[in-house]
Design a binder for this molecule. Structure first.
Ligand code: URA
Length: 195
């Protein structure tokens, strides 16, 4: 698919999945709007967070609040811009009071995220936090054990990282997150070599 075709397919996917998640979960009732995702529909790197927060709920775009600022800085530290990548979340409506998503909510929103990955077809998926890590790798991993360690799965490289919000609350995770991000250019090089 061309970039334009992917952009159109993502739009169609949103139109299809929005009524499905609204049927299966009540999250939309307390949210202002859905936050489907944003960025380059033909990106080689997709970043997946957890769920929209307050600012994202207001603006309809992912990672535009405080964790977004840190994410922009992390991307800048390895020479990437938001326009180079696509950013999405496991959950597309803000959970009330930013509570953790429930298993039934994750199940309801998962086909939407899977559809986005099928369309964009990135070679690298960076997961931020445990919910997107579980989505990509399955349950059973501990983020404190595998953060920064790329894993191959279904033809893609998955890079599990701490969530920027965790690094904001716990100062000692910050340098770890920067160090893990610093590994990404090498992973991109490797993928390019493999063609
Ligand atoms: N945290 C997330 O996981 N996603 C966002 O879009 C914003 C904050």
């Amino acid at each position: 698919m061309t970039r334009e075709e992917k952009a159109e397919a993502l739009k169609v996917l949103t139109e299809q999945e929005l009524p499905v998640v609204m049927q299966a979960s009540d999250l939309y009732k307390t949210a202002i709007q859905a936050v489907p995702g944003d960025g380059n529909p033909d990106a080689d790197i997709v970043i997946i967070g957890e769920a929209p927060g307050k600012k994202e709920n207001e603006l309809g775009k992912p990672f535009v609040g405080a964790s977004g600022k840190l994410l922009n800085d992390l991307l800048g530290s390895i020479g990437l811009k938001r326009e180079d990548i696509f950013i999405a979340n496991v959950i597309k409506h803000r959970p009330p009071d930013n509570r953790d998503p429930l298993p039934a909510e994750i199940a309801a929103y998962s086909p939407w995220l899977q559809g986005q990955l099928d369309i964009i077809d990135p070679s690298i998926v960076i997961t931020l936090g445990r919910f997107s890590m579980d989505f990509m790798l399955g349950k059973g991993f501990s983020i404190s054990e595998i953060h920064g360690q790329p894993k191959r799965k279904n033809g893609r490289i998955i890079v599990p990282l701490y969530h920027p919000a965790a690094a904001m609350y716990s100062g000692n995770l910050r340098p770890i997150l920067y160090a893990d991000f610093a590994k990404i250019p090498k992973i991109i090089e490797l993928i390019k070599k493999e063609g």
